[in-house]
Design a protein around this ligand. Structure first.
Ligand code: HEC
Length: 179
């Protein structure tokens, strides 16, 4: 193998998207060039930017890393299982901003922030990690599955509201790798 192969720099280009991504509070376009250089051009980010659907949702390999990023970046304000603290609950069917029921909307809120202490998260999470956190936020949902419009029909059929104490295998097959 060549040295270049061994030390290849990650692809830092941001995959194309036709989504019109906007700040949840101000409606201003999001500046994706603020994204960290790592984690920009992963399979998950490419798929999400193409389709507007987060492919990590209910992917078993993304839940454990998603939980760990959630516990570092979000739980201090939103609670360990999204029950709400100084920030609103994220595990129920009430949304201040109804757009957060969509993958695009939730991404926009995480990337660009909203009001008050809900700051932008491009400094502490890569684009790929944001998708993992989103998968975890969807997983801790505890209310009626009928309102979980972010799930596909198939995911909705299999979905059971989150209960504490769930364990995950260490490295299940899927799109994500253990952090
Ligand atoms: C420093 C505290 C703080 C942190 C850290 C934080 N949030 Fe928030 N979050 C808030 C506050 C306060 C609001 C309410 C803002 C508003 O209403 O505009 C909020 C609002 C939200 C909303 C909108 C909820 C709704 O009902 O529409 C979402 C979604 C959200 N946060 C997700 C996250 C995620 C995911 C993370 C971690 C990446 C995170 N937040 C980290 C404080 C925080």
């Amino acid at each position: 193998m060549t040295a270049q192969g061994l030390f290849a720099t990650p692809d830092e280009s941001i995959p194309p998207t036709s989504m019109d991504l906007r700040n949840t509070d101000t409606g201003e376009p999001l500046d994706l060039s603020n994204a960290q250089k790592e984690g920009r051009n992963t399979e998950g980010v490419r798929k999400f930017f193409q389709t507007g659907i987060n492919p990590y949702i209910e992917d078993a390999s993304c839940l454990k890393p998603g939980e760990s990023f959630y516990l570092t970046s979000c739980s201090g304000c939103h609670g360990e299982i999204g029950e709400g603290k100084i920030g609103p609950g994220l595990n129920d069917d009430y949304w201040t901003y109804p757009k957060n029921t969509t993958d695009q909307g939730l991404f926009e809120t995480i990337f660009g922030g909203a009001r008050a202490q809900m700051g932008p998260h491009y400094d502490d999470l890569t684009l790929d990690q944001m998708l993992q956190v989103m998968a975890w936020v969807r997983h801790i949902y505890k209310d009626d599955v009928k309102a979980a419009t972010w799930l596909t029909a198939d995911q909705r059929r299999k979905f059971t509201p989150f209960k504490r104490g769930e364990t995950f295998p260490d490295d299940p097959p899927g799109l994500c790798k253990a952090p």
